[in-house]
Design a binder for this molecule. Structure first.
Ligand code: AP5
Length: 224
């Protein structure tokens, strides 16, 4: 297989970020997470961050034109030319079409879309217990994946906090937005034959093993 262009897909809290951390070290691929990029812009007070913040705080999607431009520029960078892991993009059919157009213009395509399937009640459980470090956004869960010392990141020693959009009323909104605006993207990629489903209710290591098996199968299929 020449290049691995992966999309990690699924509802909020499905474990996309958790799996991405493992996959990026498995395959040495750049990890492009639109949520992290937006939070970086908010933190830096850029014009994009100022525009995006109100949507994010409400649990709404940031308008397509802003996201498509931001993700498109990132995908044009040198390190993304031999493969990438996308997380949180595309999230609407319009974004999926824009991505497909950008890649096809340079003879590239998405290798697979990995849908991490998790029911709504599990999403609520996971997001209410999620803690992230202020320095680099490393993820923990108070019950399923606690840090060694309370409220301190194992990896860089920074403080752990709850994300503003992990508050219960915002989580409910994010789930509604996912079902209404993002789920149609599942159908879009299923029709193209590149969607692969993974049971996200299993533990992080089992989910990781499953994803690796899916990628190994894709590589075998390409070699046949
Ligand atoms: P974004 O940051 O992309 O958030 P999200 O998609 O809602 O996903 P999360 O980061 O909340 O969850 P995750 O699936 O990565 O789960 P995680 O691994 O952390 O987007 C935020 C906002 O930005 C959006 O609402 C929107 O406003 C805007 N935005 C971003 N992209 C956009 C776009 N393309 N278009 C428009 N707007 C956009 O895991 C969650 C928790 O569960 C953790 O605590 C973890 O430790 C735990 N956990 C993980 N896996 C397991 C497991 N297998 N078992 C038990 N616990 C687990």
């Amino acid at each position: 297989m020449s290049e691995l262009n992966l999309i990690l897909f699924g509802p909020p809290g499905a474990g996309k970020g958790t799996q991405a951390e493992r996959l990026r070290s498995d395959f040495q691929l750049p990890y492009i997470a639109t949520g992290d990029m937006l939070r970086g812009n908010v933190k830096d007070g850029t014009e994009l961050g100022q525009k995006a913040k109100e949507y994010m705080d409400r649990g709404d999607l940031v308008p397509d034109e802003l996201i498509v431009a931001m993700a498109g520029e990132r995908l044009d960078e040198e390190d993304a030319q031999d493969g990438f892991i996308l997380d949180g993009f595309p999230r609407t059919v319009h974004q999926a079409e824009a991505l497909s157009k950008q890649l096809s213009q340079v003879g590239r395509r998405i290798t697979a879309v990995l849908l991490i399937d998790v029911p709504d009640e599990e999403v609520v459980r996971r997001l209410s217990g999620r803690r992230v470090c202020v320095k680099a956004g490393h993820n923990y869960h108070v019950e399923f994946d606690p840090p060694k010392h309370d409220d301190v990141c194992d990896q860089d020693g920074s403080r752990l906090v709850q994300r503003d959009d992990d508050k219960p009323e915002v989580v409910e909104k994010r789930l509604n937005v996912y079902h209404e605006q993002t789920e149609p993207v599942v159908h879009y990629y299923d029709e193209k034959g590149i969607l692969r489903r993974v049971d996200g209710t299993r533990g992080p290591t089992e989910v990781h093993d499953h994803i690796r098996a899916v990628i190994a199968t894709l590589r075998l299929e390409e070699d046949v």
